[in-house]
Design a binder for this molecule. Structure first.
Ligand code: F6R
Length: 267
């Protein structure tokens, strides 16, 4: 019988390397695009999805998928960084994904404007654009060491939609590696999709690689569903897969047991 701890809808795909993990996640996206080439994809930034973007670009160049057809919505953007700043999420997406898709119609790319004078209006407009596109078919997520998804930090109500957020010390510390290790250079605020926005996506894939993600990923997959751990809300999503590499899973015998099976339902 399904209980809070045994959601049959929560799939785990355990890989040995981040590259293998990326290939499996890319296959899920390919399957979606085969059914619906014009799907609406929700994208994440950070270190974790880079191998996934590389694999998707490889598939696009090999004509296995067509990345010019989907519409894209990004999870979040820093407040106050110029768009052309190398660490803005606009720059990240161009560098790791969009610049590698010749013929991409930029009107299909939606990234929050962290410099919009009226942040609330910007967030509302973003939600309206998602609605107008028919909702997100598949949302890609990373996970923070503190269990955040997007920039919805611990304590964020599950009901929140796209909003302005003050970043926690822990997130700014984690992201200071992109700002010469200097936390004071990391913006203090961001605009982010809310947890309710993410939960409205028809399909969610969460990627976690490396030992620093082991604890939050494990808690999200098997612990209490609580606003103290934003990613735990995914346990109530009808279609979510956790793609985890060996190092993000290695501390936990429960995960190790699943290594023999490439696709497994978390127990
Ligand atoms: C990125 C985002 C964040 C990251 C998370 C993990 O758009 O919203 O939630 O996914 O902070 O970041 P990395 O992958 O750099 O460890």
């Amino acid at each position: 019988m399904a209980t809070e701890k045994t959601k049959p809808n929560l799939r785990a795909s355990i890989s040995f390397t981040p590259e293998q993990m990326a290939k499996k996640a890319a296959q899920e996206i390919k399957t979606l695009l085969e059914k619906n080439p014009y799907a609406v994809l929700g994208l994440a930034t950070g270190s974790t999805p880079i191998p996934l973007y590389e694999e998707l670009i490889r598939m696009h160049k090999a004509h296995e998928i067509d990345l010019t057809k989907p519409t894209y919505f990004n999870l979040d953007e820093y407040v106050g960084l110029p768009v052309e700043h190398p660490e803005s999420y606009h720059s990240y997406m161009d560098k790791h994904f969009f610049n590698h898709i010749p013929g991409l119609n930029r009107l299909k790319v939606n990234i929050l404007d962290g410099n919009a004078p009226d942040k609330e209006a910007e967030c509302r407009h973003f939600e309206e654009k998602i609605d107008a596109a028919g909702g997100i078919d598949l949302q890609i997520l990373g996970i923070g060491e503190n269990g955040h998804i997007g920039f919805s930090e611990p304590g964020t109500p599950f009901t929140e939609r796209t909003h302005l957020v003050e970043l926690t010390e822990s997130t700014r510390q984690a992201n200071s590696r992109f700002f010469d290790g200097k936390i004071e250079r990391v913006p203090t605020h961001a605009l982010t999709m809310g947890l309710a926005t993410i939960m409205d996506a028809r399909k969610v894939i969460l990627l976690a690689s490396g030992p620093k993600k082991a604890e939050s990923t494990y808690k999200a997959a098997s612990g209490e569903v609580t606003e103290d751990l934003p990613a735990s809300t995914l346990r109530n999503h009808p279609d979510v897969t956790f793609y985890v590499d060996r190092r993000a899973a290695s501390h936990y015998p429960e995960y190790v047991k699943l290594f023999s099976s490439p696709e497994a339902v978390l127990r």
